[in-house]
Design a protein around this ligand. Sequence first.
Ligand code: XP7
Length: 314
Amino acid sequence: METGLEDPSRMPEESSLRRTPQNVPYQNLPHLINADGQYLFCRYWKPTATPKALIFVSHGAGEHCGRYDELARMLTGLDLLVFAHDHVGHGQSEGGRMVVSDFHVFIRDVLQHVDLMQKEHPGLPVFLLGHSMGGAIVILTAAERPGHFSGMVLISPLVLASPESATTFKILAAKVLNLVLPNLSLGPIDSSVLSRNKAEVDVYNSDPLICRAGLKVCFGIQLLNAVARVERAVPKVTVPFLLLQGSADRLCDSKGAYLLMESAKSQDKTLKIYDGAYHMLHRELPEVTSSVFHEINTWVSQRTGAVAGARSPP
Ligand code: XP7
């Protein structure tokens, strides 16, 4: 019997049924659908003038792209069109919280979003900005498309596993554990090591979109994969970059920043070390964070022909 129920034109729009982990329908939110059919929450910050360049913002583990609003607004003031999404398993995107089948999914999704934006804005140069795990994503994204990106800004990127979290023994133990207890929690990040700015630690501890649950073994394995891939990619990196690193960062050791600085083939590379600063340099003590904003502003302006310090009218 013909019921008509199989007819796709009679089906309700699928997106109207899909909701964020916070139960908001995606049809009310900017989103994209990745190659696995997962819905990713997107954000766009548009300059008032015609954009000079595009820049993708790649957030870190456990957090979400809404935390880059201030940085993004500074960049729109330089006439950049800023775009971002919450990586799979993060914020308002789908996927088990802090779970990814393979680290490359993050890179693949960034490239999908970049391709989409470049189709809408042909001819514009594209930059990448990433923090921590988001920095590893940016490095691997740039490495996958040699010559494609005009530059990358890295805020305490994940380049090497911290000596504390990844001793040879712990790596071996994690690989064995991953086979039997992939969902076992490795314990949460001690939020006091994120920043010396207590107000920023409080913001981190109270944001409902941040996943503060302990890192699962299977996600730890993907982070270790990322680190191994970054190490192999670094000698092939030619893209210009600005690298910002805190000397007292216990989550992403400054040794990683020095390795990147020494091994990358980029002609145009800049490293700035913040003495005594912790991990979230863009959310650190006011003197550090204002310098971070200033350095990014100057570096990007010089490479896009924008006027440093410019802000779009309120
Ligand atoms: C590992 C393992 C590795 C914000 C981030 C959060 C820090 C780091 C955090 C753990 C186990 C192998 C809020 C922790 C990965 C990168 C922060 C852990 C970003 N910034 N990190 O605003 O992305 O690394 F087995 Cl490599």
